[in-house]
Design a protein around this ligand. Structure first.
Ligand code: NAP
Length: 237
């Protein structure tokens, strides 16, 4: 069993590394970081760390060679805001550069991971391609508005995953491609937006990671192409 966690240096990604290590001790875990050294988060024994820019095709291609055959790929990369830009409250705040950056970070890694790792899944009996999406990327569930760039990027990510599930059903019939919403999780990504979140709805990263792992362990190929929440419930696209 070999598992790659892309974005293992992030709040949720790092919790996934720890939870999977505890719950599936026999798994060989590979994880990526980009700007944040995993050493800052404490040593996690036996995890193989790779530095990679997952928006760069050469970098992802090199990663696929380093990791080799794989069973699960979990993409926990994403962005909501930068130091200079908050998510838009109004369409009048749209900045093209921020929009394109958000789409680049939230969509390209899944596309490039799928492109570069397709052959690495060959031979796996339990191929799983999971990307962390967000409920706010659901078009049907959108009742509040705002957050144009983030919502649009997650809706685009969702379309990528749905399309991939259709393509891979033919070549990887036992595999499963899903989008998962982790809940609202206490990380640097959500930190500026937590003040109106009731405490019982703000999860620790380890709680979210544990919940999502239970969902991933129960997945079967019939569920490929679904958008699920951390508790396994169904989210409309
Ligand atoms: N937190 C929430 O409440 C929440 C809610 C819904 C959905 N989500 C989704 O869950 C995922 C994880 O979020 P989080 O809260 O854990 O965020 P986070 O703590 O900010 O982590 C973001 C991760 O993305 C990586 N990353 C960014 N750009 C990259 C690039 N070009 N190449 C490679 N890695 C890159 C970062 O790596 P470095 O730091 O090493 O650069 C980091 O590992 C995201 O997709 C987010 O949209 C989160």
């Amino acid at each position: 069993m070999k598992i790659l966690i892309a974005g293992g240096s992030g709040g949720i990604g790092h919790a996934l590394v720890e939870v999977i290590q505890q719950e599936i001790p026999e798994a060989e875990i590979h994880a990526t970081f980009f700007q944040s050294s995993p050493k800052d988060k404490g040593q996690i024994n036996s995890v193989v760390w790779h530095r990679a820019d997952l928006t760069d095709v050469e970098s992802v291609s090199q990663l696929s060679l380093e990791v080799g055959p794989v069973d699960w790929v979990i993409n926990a990369i994403g962005m909501l805001h930068t130091q200079d830009h908050r998510p838009e409250k109004s369409v009048t705040q749209i900045e093209p550069e921020f929009f394109f950056k958000t789409v680049e970070v939230n969509v390209l890694p899944s596309l490039l991971l799928a492109r570069c790792f397709q052959n690495n899944f060959k031979g796996s009996q339990s191929a799983r391609f999971i990307a962390l999406s967000a409920r706010v990327g659901s078009i049907e569930d959108n009742r509040l508005g705002g957050w144009y760039s983030y919502r649009a990027s997650k809706a685009a990510l969702n379309m990528v995953l749905k399309t991939l599930s259709n393509e891979w059903r033919r070549i990887q019939p036992d595999g499963c491609v899903v989008a998962i919403h982790p809940g609202t999780v206490d990380t640097r990504l959500s930190e500026p937006f937590q003040k109106n979140v009731p405490p019982e709805k703000l999860f620790s990263a380890s709680h979210s990671a544990y919940q999502m792992l239970q969902v991933i362990l129960r997945l079967n190929s019939d569920q490929s192409g679904q958008f699920l929440a951390y508790d396994g419930s169904f989210i409309p696209w």
